[in-house]
Design a protein around this ligand. Structure first.
Ligand code: GLN
Length: 494
């Protein structure tokens, strides 16, 4: 007999089955998760907003559908937590920033619309670094999120709230967005799964823009199959996003199921030379190496591939992303959305804009805007932004050449395990290093997934699998095979 408290420990697949067979109602499942949030979120702080009424209403709709004998989708009634970077009609959307405090968007993002269409139940919006800039959630204007493995440590970022909600059993599914690693790195350090789809494979419509040529919404879950089911539900062409790829989602669910059999015969894994030696903590390298051995035992062949330009990915990213950010964030002017400061009838428009932006943006966002404005300024454009774009091309060529030798590339997801609060905020570069291994994929535009591969000093380590663009299915197959050996990681009781 299942108790409702156990439901929060189940996978999305198991929960959907309970609801489909009528063993539990969607309302009961939703209440169990809301209770769990009420019990632990004052300590974890994964959520910025819990939409109790909206969630129960969505759950009742699923129960009504079932009662009417209508067909339910594979995720009907399953709760999901959504990173606060995506709009949901009428629900506060802050992007972790004071500048959007109090803003209730008048429309649903495509991702949220598809989540609703799939019958999932949105529990609320999760914490994040302001405007998705950061790797620890310490740059959220609303205070950081704790890592359920150790509440004194960071849950990764920028989407730390989404991954922490999974690890704290507050939600079985979550949505993130990945511009330089913000789905995969939080996944790695919380012992959960995070997948960045092919750029253009998931819609950016209603995603508050940070760096438009890189931003990619994607699924977070506790298992590879759950991530694939969520990916399938949210992915695919969207005419409202001009960079959306007009092709169906690769069959990620079938691939995850195939991988779960644990057979990787004939699969070639490309070990990225530049990312598999130095650059990571010894405990991370050790867990990664053990996982590679385990994958070999499943029949995979491991080849070393060199990607010489990956070492320039981080500097190129920190020109391209801030440049696009400086342009995207110009829209927060104190007129159209959220916060307005100093509008007392005596001040001119420009002064109000300047006061609003000064009060509304935190220091890291200001740093990025200044970096980007500088990199794009006339006289410096060729030396900085133009040069970074050339590096981007070289990185793409490295990927293309590597995929001639291997089906997927592998590396640790991030160089270090969850670090204590405050240990990387003094020097921005120390924070940027968290994405050393994830950023090349964003510059290339391909998919990448982080799957738990073991522990280092009691903290989770993630293995990253990168695939060619629109071959997202490959990373799910290998990820599920890895999971079949490692299993899911269980954090200590909160
Ligand atoms: N940590 C990286 C940054 O600060 C990546 C962020 C992201 O993927 N949104 O830009």
């Amino acid at each position: 007999m299942t108790t409702m408290a156990d439901v929060t420990r189940m996978t999305a697949t198991e929960i959907a089955a309970l609801i489909a067979t009528g063993e539990a109602s969607a309302v009961e499942v939703t209440r169990a998760h809301l209770d769990r949030i009420a019990a632990v979120d004052d300590r974890v702080h994964a959520f910025l907003h819990v939409d109790t009424d909206g969630a129960l209403e969505a759950a009742r709709a699923v129960d009504a559908k079932r009662a009417a004998g209508e067909e339910l989708g594979p995720l009907a009634g399953v709760p999901v937590a959504v990173k606060d970077v995506l709009t949901a009609k009428g629900v506060p959307t802050t992007v972790g920033s004071k500048i959007l405090e109090g803003w209730r968007p008048p429309y649903d993002s495509t991702i949220v619309r598809r989540l609703r269409a799939a019958g999932t139940v949105m529990l609320g919006k999760t914490n994040m670094d302001e405007f998705a800039m950061g790797s620890s959630t310490e740059y959220s204007a609303y205070g950081p999120t704790g890592n359920p493995w150790d509440l004194g440590r960071i849950p990764g970022g920028s989407g730390g709230g989404s991954s922490a909600a999974l690890a704290a059993y507050e939600a079985p599914l979550a949505i993130g967005s990945d511009t330089g690693g913000s789905i995969r790195q939080p996944g790695a350090v919380t012992g959960t799964v995070g997948a960045k789809p092919t750029y253009g494979g998931t819609s950016r419509y209603g995603l508050v823009a940070f760096s438009s040529s890189l931003d990619t919404p994607g699924p977070c879950a506790r298992t590879v199959l759950d991530a694939a089911l969520l990916h399938e539900a949210i992915g695919g062409h969207d005419p409202r996003d001009s960079t959306s790829i007009p092709a169906p989602v690769p069959d990620v669910v079938a691939a995850a199921r195939a991988g779960a059999s644990g057979d990787l015969t004939g699969v070639k894994l490309g070990l990225v030379t530049e990312f598999s030696g130095e650059g990571a903590e010894p405990g991370v390298t050790a867990a990664f190496r053990d996982a590679v051995d385990a994958l070999t035992k499943l029949g995979a062949e491991v080849v070393e591939v060199s990607c010489p330009h990956f070492q320039y990915a981080l500097p190129a990213y920190y020109l391209i992303a801030p440049s696009e950010c400086s342009s995207n964030l110009a829209r927060f002017d104190g007129v159209r959305f959220g916060l307005r400061v100093g509008d007392d009838g005596n001040r001119g428009l420009e002064e109000v804009m300047s006061l609003t932006r000064d009060a509304g943006f935190g220091p890291e966002v200001k740093r990025r805007i200044m970096l980007g404005t500088y990199a794009l300024s006339s006289g410096y454009y060729d030396a900085y932004y133009g040069q970074a774009q050339k590096v981007r091309t070289l990185i793409t060529r490295d990927f293309t050449a590597a995929f001639e030798q291997a089906d997927v590339l592998i590396s640790p997801t991030t160089p270090f395990v969850a670090f204590p609060f405050g240990s990387r905020t003094a020097d921005p570069y120390q924070m940027y290093l968290a994405d050393l291994f994830t950023i090349p994929t964003n510059l290339y535009g391909g998919p990448g997934i982080s799957v738990p591969c073991g522990l280092s000093e009691g903290l989770p380590v993630g293995l990253q699998i990168m695939a060619p663009t629109m071959a997202d299915d490959r990373m799910y197959r290998v990820g599920a095979a890895l999971e079949s050996v490692i299993g899911t990681l269980t954090p200590p009781e909160l």
